[in-house]
Design a protein around this ligand. Sequence first.
Ligand code: HEM
Length: 257
Amino acid sequence: MPSFLFVCVTCAQVVGVVMLVLLGYWTGNILGGFAWDGSSQEFNLHPLLMVIGLVYMYGQAIMVFRVFNKESKIVIKTMHLLTQIFGFICACIGLKAVFRNHNVNGIANMYSIHSWAGIVVFTLFTCQLLFGFLFFFFPKASESLRKSYLVVHRFFGIAIFVGAIAVACMGLLEKLGFQYPNDAEEPYSTLPTGAMIGNFLGLMICLFGGLVAFIVTHSDFKRVDEPVDEEVRPLTSSTSEMKAYQASEAAADTEQQ
Ligand code: HEM
């Protein structure tokens, strides 16, 4: 029977894929596709890349410690770092796209609660990535410092992720308001198809976030760390001694079988 962890992770991955499909269809089709020319098509890169970077990739990065809980720590740490670097690059391009779109069209920058909260979340995400690298990858921080910082890192990891979900939903609502204004043929309140897909996208973003948060905070799914990663071997530099040791180990193994 599949474990509860397996069921939860599968649900998160299925919801994640549905979220990406809706996101791609909404931005690529309903909002009119993509370009890099200052137009509204350039704006469309903003929701696409922000959700891929700060929701999907970030969610995957958080889950790796639960999904691959049998792999060696350095492998998982590297996956955790690389997925977040990819998410960071997506978010940088997504932000560049919206600022460029505003500047080209003479639209004011940073006037909405979405943009204020968005910049806070992005800044915290960047700091988290930087400090995480310095504390856990750079071999300078002492063991006790790492332990103390891990508590902060865990808290902010979830807090920033929840923040990113909230900011994405605020952005969605704002865009739906711009796309289907009250004086349009099809205002938002008449729930045109594009708005319905936008609403579903928001639901999928929240559901994905909820599943990821459940998986990473559920105590049964926590990784149990082995005190020693490596196999215990006698300390010897001599090849003949090592060969003799390996032969004795092999003999012991055959006896046990
Ligand atoms: C977590 C992900 C997101 C972050 C961090 C974020 C951040 C930002 C920031 C900083 C701005 C200000 C740009 C400027 O003033 O020139 C902005 C603008 C905007 N974003 Fe997002 N965004 C995110 C996701 C989304 C999503 C999913 C949508 C949905 C369409 C969206 C829609 C908008 C809209 C309509 C604007 C222009 C209006 C405004 O400045 O509020 N955003 N975003």
